[in-house]
Design a protein around this ligand. Structure first.
Ligand code: MGD
Ligand code: MGD
Ligand code: MO
Length: 759
């Protein structure tokens, strides 16, 4: 089937020569210098440097080049020779830069000096570190504690992150939302609800043993390309892959391994998906219900024949709850409803279901296509239902695999960056540091957005990221952000969040993880946690982009010292001088997860934190894995209506979140522009539009607020009817803050209700 869905506009299979060309282009059409290639060769290996891009695990048995196209792009982007120095601000005002594209801001290069916003000239000006810290302390001290937000994008290592969370709690709140609140918070809450673990249950070995992979809304070709290697291996040994995705993603269709000389010379490609089901956006609950129906029917037939059961009845009896109720719904839901809600045909779902039933060990993989919906947690509950039916959790070669985003997004949560107080051992903190940590929950991102719009948030500190650009309600947010008393951005590069400075505003430039970090006790390493809960050390060796940079940890310590009352237990200078002391603290705070931390951090493949659900110990209130009976068959909070489309906000192959590397989305055949709206030919025709026509997308929430994105060119694309696509972050102006996953408050970015108006 895969052959019939090859995207005619794309450059062919993922990987291959296109991948190498695409990497080199970041460095200006020439091959990067040898020293940069050397950095790449150390990437994701024991004793090397952990990639600054995504959270895909680092295998113990690594390849000669354990990096991918997009990891290489992220590396080259950090190692760019371009510099955004204080001189840059002589030629540009902040207001003027607001008309720049994300791409142009990124091109200004690495930030080199600490900067303070000067309202008189509307420019950032150089400031010393000491002045910056002192002034930040002065503004923060008198503010109401609950009005200050400590945001983290999931990038900084475990050491800096632990201290950042400690600083917020010592300051007096749990306002520690993270990029995960826009991403896999649905997993942290939704998966935890059903299996008692907020993270995935598989490890590397499982990839090598699975008989089938079911992909729901995760795009490895662009977003975790090193995943394609184990998938290619899996295909070679006969494993099958089934994909549910409204968009045809090239990496899930076919792959040429750019690091395999034979593949490269022969152009030999591996077909990845055996079945590719173009579910409509928000249609997975119905699709999975259909799969479950196939399982139940197969089980009925097996009973009738006297064969081995298809359901794992022992597992279901001993390890789960809620089975009967769920199965009643599965039996009573007619195929016609499943077809209507999923947008898929019964025979197509049956083909996929047959693969599930005939595979001994199955891994369920998912990403933003499940999490970023109004019923995202229900999506996850449904995927877990499917896995539970055949005991596919807590068994070799099987399990649940949420693919995380930022390189340390999971780890930051592990070491205390959490707005939910119950997730943090507050008693331990009290014991170690002799202060009373606040017990009230802090703000999620949704609450931060509302707080900014309503002037309840007075200051934000950002440990990385580009929060303003990543959230819904962008127009209102920009105004609210600039009304704050203080904005502090700990950043490597200029981005849009810097361009709406608060009354006091600072940009504090930091080292990249690729760079050498020398402190009092010598060169420092940091650690990160990957999607499989493995923790790896990372040692930067490149010389810093500027002599004025500080490490993230040193910046956190600098702010903490300036804002917190002296406490002999808070030894910021000692910790800055020697990060192994911080790892000792982390081990003392989380002894089960971090035993022998300093000794094990460079273990090949990282050391495993463990996962009870993997051992079939269920930390749910029921002490069982939970079957979820869905209350509805789609993941939406709105009904279909005439002229209303479900907008999927997409990542191109040439971006990392709000960082835009270029305008080439070669897997989708889109070159030179991001200002497009992708629609099926049938929808273009039915709406009376023509390809190439310029249109405006208008949000279609029934709340009376006009949110619009003008200037998009209509482009025909192989999509299900009613589902359309446009790029994130540009499309964020269209989302409403109240449009989020019901349970976890993750913004619902994958089915925004919109209308199309001709311009
Ligand atoms: N190169 C690169 N790598 C990245 C990132 C990046 O921007 N660029 N971002 C990083 C981050 S922070 C994250 S969280 C991850 C994100 O990685 P992914 O989880 O892969 O996220 P997306 O690409 O946003 O969406 C995933 C897929 O969901 C599909 N989809 C949309 N709606 C639905 C639906 O209703 N149902 C189903 N079944 N599928 C749907 C989309 O077509 C898309 O292929 O990647 C990380 N890695
Ligand atoms: N519509 C829509 N909205 C979305 C999404 C979507 O799919 N659709 N995806 C959501 C997701 S999954 C996520 S994770 C968020 C992302 O939200 P964020 O994590 O806030 O955004 P990023 O674009 O990853 O942040 C990029 C900036 O981080 C800084 N940076 C880069 N490297 C470093 C470093 O090493 N240290 C420090 N201190 N700073 C660094 C640079 O200044 C860069 O400009 O967006 C969310 N928003
Ligand atoms: Mo993410």
């Amino acid at each position: 089937m895969a052959d019939t869905i090859r995207n005619p506009e794309s450059e062919g299979p993922a990987g291959g020569w296109g991948s190498l060309k695409s990497i080199a282009r970041i460095y200006g059409d020439t091959l990067p210098p040898a020293s940069v290639l050397q950095t790449l060769s150390r990437q994701n290996k024991p004793g090397g440097v952990m990639c600054v891009s995504c959270a895909w695990p680092k295998p113990a048995n690594y390849h000669p080049f354990e990096f991918c196209e997009n990891g290489a792009k992220a590396t080259l982007s950090d190692l760019t020779s371009a510099r955004c120095t204080p001189d840059f601000w002589r030629d540009h005002t902040v207001s003027e830069l607001r008309s720049w594209k994300d791409y142009d801001l990124e091109q200004t290069g690495r930030l080199t000096h600490p900067l303070r916003y000067d309202a008189g000239t509307d420019r950032y000006v150089e400031v010393t570190w000491d002045e910056a810290f002192a002034q930040i302390g002065q503004v923060l001290k008198p503010l109401p504690k609950e009005s200050v937000v400590f945001y983290a994008s999931g990038h900084a290592g475990l050491e800096a992150s632990y201290l950042y969370a400690l600083m917020a709690r010592a300051y007096g709140n749990n306002n520690l939302p993270q990029s995960s609140n826009m991403c896999h918070e649905t997993t942290s809450v939704g998966l935890n609800k059903v299996i008692g673990s907020p993270v995935g249950t598989i490890i590397w070995d499982d990839l090598e043993k699975a008989d089938a992979f079911f992909f729901f809304g995760q795009n490895p070709g662009s977003n975790s390309p090193r995943f394609l290697h184990p998938l290619q291996e899996a295909k070679k040994r006969g494993a099958r892959i089934v994909t549910f995705n409204p968009v045809i993603e090239q990496g899930l269709v076919a792959f040429v391994n750019p690091q395999n000389p034979v593949d490269m010379l022969t152009g030999h490609e591996t077909t990845i998906s055996d079945e590719y089901l173009q579910v409509q956006a928000g249609g997975d609950i119905a699709a999975i219900l259909g799969l479950c129906k196939v399982v139940i029917e197969a089980d009925d037939a097996a009973i009738a024949r006297g064969d081995k059961r298809v359901l794992d009845i022992d597992f279901i009896a001993h390890h789960t709850t809620g089975f009967e109720r769920f199965i009643d719904l599965v039996r009573s839901t007619p195929w016609s409803e499943i077809e209507r809600e999923s947008g898929l045909s019964e025979p197509a779902i049956r083909r996929a279901g047959d693969i599930y039933v005939t595979s001994e060990r199955v891994i369920g993989v998912y990403g933003m296509g499940l999490t970023q919906h109004a019923q995202g947690a229900l999506n996850i509950g449904m995927l877990v239902n499917l896995l539970l039916l055949r005991g596919n959790i807590g068994r070799e070669g099987a399990g649940c695999c949420p693919v995380r985003g930022h390189s340390n997004v999971q780890g930051q949560r592990t070491v205390g960056i959490a707005e939910k107080a119950e997730l943090v051992p507050l008693d331990k903190l009290k014991q170690l540091f002799d202060f009373d940590p606040p017990g009230e929950d802090g703000m999620t991102i949704v609450e931060v957005v509302k707080g900014l719009m309503q002037d309840r948030v007075k200051a934000t500190i950002s440990l990385g990221g580009n929060l303003l650009r990543a959230v819904p309600e962008q127009g209102e947010m920009e105004r609210g952000w600039a009304r704050q008393d203080l904005t502090v951005m700990i950043s490597t590069k200029l981005n849009r969040s810097h361009l709406f400075p608060g009354r006091n505003a600072y940009i504090l430039p930091c080292l990249s993880r690729l760079e050498e970090d020398v402190q009092a006790s010598g060169v420092q390493a940091v650690t990160t946690e990957d999607s499989f809960s493995h923790i790896s050390g990372s040692l930067g060796k490149r010389s810093p982009a500027s002599p004025h940079l500080k490490s993230e940890l040193a910046i956190v310590a600098g702010i903490a010292k300036a804002v917190l009352a002296p406490n002999p237990k808070l030894r910021w200078d000692d910790w800055t001088g020697d990060y192994s002391l911080v790892r000792d603290l982390i081990e003392q705070t989380y002894p089960d997860d971090f035993k022998d931390y300093n000794a094990r951090m460079f273990q090949p493949g990282g050391f495993y934190r463990g996962n009870d659900a993997r051992d079939r110990v269920w930390n749910t209130p029921e002490k069982k894995a939970v079957f979820t009976t869905p209350s509805q068959l789609n993941a939406l909070s709105f009904a279909d209506a005439e002229g209303r489309y479900r907008l999927v906000t997409m990542r191109s192959n040439d971006q990392f979140n709000t960082t835009i590397y270029g305008y080439s989305d070669r897997f989708r055949g889109i070159e030179g522009t991001r200002d497009v709206v992708l629609m099926s030919e049938a929808d273009i025709h039915a709406a009376g539009l023509v390809e190439g026509q310029t249109v405006t997308l208008v949000s279609d929430f029934e709340d009376g607020i006009r949110r619009e994105l003008p200037g998009l060119k209509v482009r025909a694309h192989h999509l299900p009817r009613g589902t359309i696509g446009a790029y994130y972050p540009e499309a964020n102006v269209l989302n409403a803050v109240d449009h989020h996953d019901e349970l976890s408050k993750t913004p619902a970015s994958k089915a925004i209700p919109v209308r199309i108006e001709p311009s």
